[in-house]
Design a protein around this ligand. Structure first.
Ligand SMILES: Nc1nc2c(ncn2[C@@H]2O[C@H](COP(=O)(O)OP(=O)(O)OP(=O)(O)O)[C@@H](O)[C@H]2O)c(=O)[nH]1
Ligand SMILES: [Mg+2]
Length: 391
């Protein structure tokens, strides 16, 4: 599957840059194209200069809102980010059109950090514009949720997340949720962590995107996971994860068959990787809340058997009880057995509900401070409807 990737704001731009890096790797190592083009949109000129893989011309690194922000961002005011995207979105759309002319993408992926200003505000507006121009193509979003410390110290973050999530959900075909906090290790500082986190965020997409783009029969699975399967799977709130088992180089003499004890261990490797993928989902969620799910098994051809696929499907079905499950196999690599897992159309998410209720509380408190609530006193008078849209 080929994506046209559009990173909005600093976070979005850096993750889009990571997609561009992966694409370079796919082209050199696998002779496949997975990103037709990558664009970065920002109000901050310094952020745009800090990218490595996105082409450096003004059609790929697009500075918007120069007059309103002086080239220094919108300081967390995501309404301003939305306004600028509304006014200057046509420049982004020109770049999108050029990219589409050069190479036709199967879908669009827009990326932003929900807690910031530029990306959080611009992403829904830009997604809507892309959708209007390309009605028959899916438009996906990847939204990064803030670290816990940001939520605790910056009140405005929650409001940005709430308004961004509501707006993006309305205008896109599916929203990948990525929880920054899940990728934190105690040891490293957050600054040093960012590049590693971004690599980990993009990693699970690599095999999923490559699998359907292979042309060499050697690397084409018996059940190929192509763009159609992915598009059929993605709807609404979605999460993605990646798990791996190492396959020890066989110590058996050449040609020797594994006995039944080792065969059992092979099956365990699949389940181990599946469990790892579940544990590494980009946002903690309950698999039984998913209405659709997809997994891809990537392993050396000799490691894939019908029994393994049957076991993996049964294992996923036992937890994602309500989901339609799609799957594919991808004969690639030597030493690893990888599972990529996508859970989609999540009907419930404690985290999202929490953001919405906290946003409503924030709106209520702000109104009260400004004396706009009149005689109303107790209780949350606002409802989900009162969370403003950034469109
Ligand atoms: N995973 C990840 N998160 C990031 C990165 N950069 C920023 N964030 C997160 O994104 C949120 C802030 O969004 P930014 O993208 O920095 O904000 P912006 O869109 O540039 O908006 P302004 O700077 O306010 O104009 C915070 O929750 C950060 O933790 C990154 O490179 N990777
Ligand atoms: Mg910024």
């Amino acid at each position: 599957m080929k994506l046209l990737v559009i990173g909005c704001g600093q976070c979005g731009g850096r993750i889009a840059d990571e997609f561009a890096r992966r694409d370079k790797r796919a082209r050199t190592q696998r002779n496949t194209e997975i990103v037709t083009d990558a664009l970065a949109i920002n109000t901050d000129v310094t952020d745009l200069s800090g990218l490595f893989f996105i082409k450096s011309d003004h059609r790929h690194r697009i500075l918007i809102g120069g007059r309103k922000s002086g080239g220094h961002g919108v300081g967390k005011i995501n309404e301003l980010g939305a306004e600028i995207a509304r006014e200057e979105g046509d420049r982004v759309m020109e770049s999108v059109a050029r990219a589409q002319q050069r190479s036709d993408a199967d879908a669009f992926l827009l990326i932003a950090g929900a807690a910031g200003g530029t990306g959080s505000g611009a992403i829904a507006e830009l997604a809507q514009q892309v959708k209007e121009h390309y009605v028959d193509k899916p438009v996906y979003a990847l939204i990064v949720l803030p670290f816990r410390y940001e939520e605790a110290t910056e009140e405005r973050s929650i409001y940005n997340v709430g308004t961004c999530l509501k707006s993006v959900y309305l205008v896109t075909d599916a929203v990948f949720l990525v929880d920054n906090q899940r990728y934190l290790t105690d040891k490293e500082s957050i600054r040093n962590n960012m590049a590693r986190i971004n690599a980990q965020v993009v990693e699970p997409f690599y095999n999923v995107l490559c699998a359907g783009e292979e042309t060499d029969a050697k690397f084409v699975g018996s059940r190929v996971l192509d763009a159609g399967d992915i598009i059929q799977t993605l709807a609404g709130w979605s999460v993605i994860g990646h798990g791996r088992s190492i396959i020890p180089r066989s110590r058996l003499p050449f040609g020797a068959k594994l006995d039944f004890r080792n065969w059992v261990a092979e099956t365990d490797k699949g389940l181990h990787a599946m469990n790892q993928a579940k544990a590494a989902l980009s946002l903690k969620c309950r698999p039984e809340d998913a209405r659709r799910a997809l997994y891809l098994l990537t392993a050396p051809p000799g490691q894939m058997s019908m029994d393994l696929i049957t076991d993996l499907s049964a294992s996923l079905k036992s937890i994602a009880t309500e989901a339609i499950i799609r799957s594919g196999d991808y004969p690639r690599g030597k030493d690893f057995l990888d599972i990529t897992l996508i859970l989609s159309e999540l009907t419930n998410s404690a985290r999202i509900s929490d953001y919405f209720s906290k946003t409503i509380r924030y709106i209520y408190q702000r109104k009260r401070k400004r004396g706009e609530l009149g005689e109303q006193r107790a209780g949350l008078e606002e409802t989900l409807r009162d969370i403003p849209l950034l469109l």
